[in-house]
Design a protein around this ligand. Structure first.
Ligand code: SF4
Ligand code: SF4
Length: 309
């Protein structure tokens, strides 16, 4: 791999690098917004092209993987039950039946491991599925608040809800004030910004010579993922595992130097978030790429058996 300073400079060529791009910020300072707006379509095309180039094996060999899981925060899929079933749900609630909920024992295990490894999370996201549908949400929150009060006062305990049903709204009102509510306030199944999660990049022509260890920004923004089946670089990878059945979740809290590159290489080839966002279209059968068709058929005949965390 190239020395760090050379890598940083080279990364600025790619317009959405992990680091702040000096080229981009200089451009923003000297060119007025009205002119910049006219160049936006061109810029987006350049970004898409640079992304496709950045994830090629030859480029990754010299620059290293672009993203890596971050252990600042953690996102927990506590349930796969959801009352909305949005098209392109990235936990696949629209195409799969719900699965086991995370148990109280598993939450206690997470807290125990976090204390043992001195892991003070900046945030703990409770998501899913619709987290308010977990029958033991109150107990889960009590355990996490206890961890916060006794060990990690800066941890933000946050619930990511769709805010859709009267039931969910009522549960939200009953939560302790220390719990932060992130309400996406969904009104129906159609979400304009969702990507086609069931389109495996490995099925696309442009995936030849791609290094999937590059991942995407999601693990950085949302934190490492935990599902009933273990830890993953992100919760999306955990959701993919329950369909494809690789059974690769880590069954204990990874050390901070665990980059989970082995898991990115397994799951990112099947994830619609890799390597760039795609425009939304109304759902059609063609939106499910061949690898996904095969996995969903296999699932319908025999659900993969995954080992619990
Ligand atoms: S509300 Fe969230 S979890 Fe439920 S189907 Fe929509 S995207 Fe998926
Ligand atoms: S599995 Fe998907 S969401 Fe997770 S890092 Fe890979 S591309 Fe991103």
């Amino acid at each position: 791999m190239l020395p760090e300073i050379v890598r940083k400079f080279a990364n600025t060529i790619f317009l959405f690098p992990r680091e702040e791009s000096p080229i981009l910020s200089t451009f923003q300072k000297i060119i007025p917004l009205s002119i910049r707006k006219q160049f936006r379509p061109l810029r987006y095309r350049c970004v898409a092209m640079s992304k496709l180039l950045r994830v090629k094996k030859i480029v990754t060999k010299y620059l290293g993987p672009e993203y890596a899981p971050d252990y600042k925060g953690i996102e927990i899929d506590i349930t796969y039950h959801c009352d909305l079933k949005c098209f392109y749900c990235n936990r696949f609630c629209d195409v799969l039946p719900p699965d086991v909920n995370i148990s109280i024992v598993q939450i206690e295990k997470l807290v125990r491991e976090s204390i043992e490894l001195k892991r003070r999370w900046l945030w703990i996201h409770l998501s899913g599925g619709e987290p308010t549908l977990h029958p033991h949400l109150k107990e889960i929150i009590d355990i996490l608040l206890d961890y916060k009060h006794t060990f990690s006062p800066r941890t933000a305990i946050q619930i990511l809800t769709n805010g859709y049903s009267p039931f969910t709204k009522a549960i939200i009102k009953q939560l302790p004030p220390e719990v932060e509510i992130i309400d996406s306030n969904k009104k129906g199944r159609l979400q304009n910004l969702f990507v086609k999660t069931t389109q495996a990049p490995i099925d696309l022509i442009g995936s030849i010579d791609v290094d999937f260890s590059n991942g995407c920004p999601i693990p950085l923004c949302c934190g490492v993922g935990l599902t009933p089946y273990g830890y993953y670089p992100c919760v999306v990878a955990g959701a993919i595992d329950r369909i494809f059945g690789f059974n690769k979740g880590r069954r204990s809290l990874p050390q901070k130097n665990d980059t989970m590159i082995d898991l990115l290489k397994i799951f990112c080839p099947y994830c619609g978030f890799f390597p760039c966002y795609r425009p939304f279209k109304i759902k059609t059968e063609e939106d499910v790429s061949p690898s996904w068709k095969k996995a969903l058929n296999n699932y319908s005949t025999s659900k993969p058996a995954l080992t619990l965390y």
